[in-house]
Write a protein that binds this ligand. Structure first.
Ligand code: ADP
Length: 467
């Protein structure tokens, strides 16, 4: 028997379970809009947390002066400074530096409060070293203290634009004792201990930073989406559409809501491979949308399908691919590289399979592997598109036609969106199918590369203590 024959039913079933025809997309978009409403009505009733960002004033382009940004969201932190020159001169100069965080500070488990001091002291001293090198085109206005926009990409319960309580660490951080603390106070205190005269004017989530960064150049930006290792989205909401926060007045009548949409789960077409991956994950039952559409997981889903095809079919002949049994051996960039192979015998696919999974493959097996990648990536991209349409739909319903009748921009960032052309195309196709060709001409999905760092500095400017 050839591999192609015996694994065919597994592939057919996979394609059936992952199918995202228009009615499925429509259902997902509707469910996203409905869950957003539930999350805005009260805390705790919806998969979507719909967190208030307290960002009520977005950058206008008139911002002037020197501002800093600090971005903590992974194994590195980034510091940046920008000199803003107002409408005419715009961004006069920027400089940034990246510092990697020592492992022992990420997993600090010794006496709790001591470890928190260590992490924030490390960050503050990095900031101090960077600030010392300020020269050239960078000038602080006399009588001012340097202001920082702090991008902190972990779930935070925000209390104001410049304070927020850490709900929990994610992405490998496990600093004991920090949950429940105000992260801005932690940083301000660390800067004080060093005698560093800087202060945090805005605490922002990375999606919110991306929205602000893109909005600086384009007034029509209303939504920002991150598709990288994980995924999240935020958008501009009317304050009168947030029942759970009736007291929150904003002079603009608008505020940014961080949806935390990775936790969405309604009506998704899931497979046995998704369920098994979820059960084996560090957060079973959580972040289901994220596990279906984001970069951390697409490779792992494909690995699970290929393993099944090798064990129950004979995808790679009789050989039992030992390496393929290890979780997360196949990564999303590998899928991407395999999908770019347009040669007849899929040479590149063959060498990637050999290098990462240790298996020899013939061209017909390679074709099946590419089919599997395409099935999972297609589902991911199309569901991400349906999620975006869900947000647009919610905004449209509340604004009675003001979203779809004019130009609306969705700012996108993240390594998955940036590097995976097929994923990008599937996402755009789903948006066009759902909205129809006429309306989708008004919805512009735009890559906004690394906008979140400068976005945070812009938010420090827009929320400056001196204006
Ligand atoms: P993060 O989300 O970790 O802050 P990025 O936005 O840079 O950082 O996203 C990195 C993620 O993007 C990786 O985990 C990977 O899933 C995805 N990615 C990176 N490069 C590629 C690629 N060439 N093809 C597909 N996906 C990629």
């Amino acid at each position: 028997r050839s591999g192609a024959v015996s694994v065919a039913p597994i592939l057919t079933n996979l394609q059936k379970d992952c199918a995202t025809p228009l009615p499925v997309l429509r259902h997902v978009a509707n469910a996203m809009a409905a869950d957003m409403r539930t999350g805005l009505a009260a805390d705790g009733g919806s998969d979507l947390k719909m967190i208030l960002s307290y960002v009520d004033s977005l950058p206008t382009g008139n911002e002037k002066g020197l501002f800093y940004a600090l971005d903590l969201g992974g194994t590195n932190f980034r510091v940046l400074r920008v000199q803003l020159g107002g409408k005419e001169e715009r961004v006069v100069a920027t400089e940034f530096e990246q510092v990697s965080i020592p492992q022992e500070l990420m997993f600090g488990t010794s006496e709790a409060s001591f470890v928190v001091f260590q992490l924030f002291d490390f960050i503050a001293s990095g900031l101090a070293k960077f600030a010392q090198k300020e020269a050239g085109k960078f000038h602080l206005q006399p009588g001012r203290t340097r202001e920082i926009g702090f991008t902190f990409s972990f779930p935070v319960k925000q209390l104001s634009i410049d304070s927020g309580i850490l709900i929990k660490w994610t992405k490998g951080f496990a600093v004991s004792g920090t949950a429940g603390k105000d992260v801005v106070a932690c940083l301000n205190e660390a800067m004080e201990r060093l005698g560093l005269e800087m202060r945090v004017s805005a605490l922002v989530n990375d999606t919110v930073g991306t929205l602000a960064g893109a909005r600086y150049w384009d007034d029509d930006v209303m939504i920002a989406v991150i598709l990288g290792t994980g995924t999240n989205a935020c958008y501009v909401e009317r304050t009168d559409a947030i029942p759970k926060q009736q007291g929150h007045a904003s002079s603009s009548g608008r505020t940014i809501i961080n949806t935390e949409w990775g936790a969405f789960s309604n009506g998704l077409p899931l497979t046995v491979y998704d369920r098994e991956m979820d059960v084996a994950s560090i957060n079973p039952g959580e972040q289901i949308f994220e596990k279906t559409i984001s970069g951390m997981y697409l490779g792992e889903i494909v690995r699970r399908v290929l393993l099944k095809m090798a064990q129950e079919g004979d995808l790679f002949g009789k050989s039992i691919p030992v390496k393929l049994s290890n979780p997360f051996t196949l990564r999303t960039p590998d899928l991407c590289a395999m999908q770019q192979d347009s040669s007849d015998d899929l040479q590149a696919v063959g060498s990637i399979l050999y290098n990462v999974a240790g298996v020899e493959s013939n061209p017909s097996a390679r074709r099946i592997v590419v089919e599997v990648c395409d099935t999972i990536v297609k589902r991911g991209g199309r569901l991400a598109g349906a999620g975006i349409v869900g947000i647009l739909q919610k905004m449209e319903e509340d604004s009675r036609g003001l979203i779809f009748r004019k130009r609306t921009v969705v700012a996108m960032d993240g390594g998955l969106y940036e590097n995976y052309p097929q994923y990008r195309r599937y996402l755009q196709d789903a948006v066009t199918e759902l909205l129809g060709t006429e309306i989708s001409k008004n919805v512009v999905i735009e890559h906004s590369k690394d906008g979140s760092g400068i976005g945070a500095a812009l938010l420090a400017a827009a929320n400056s203590k001196y204006e």
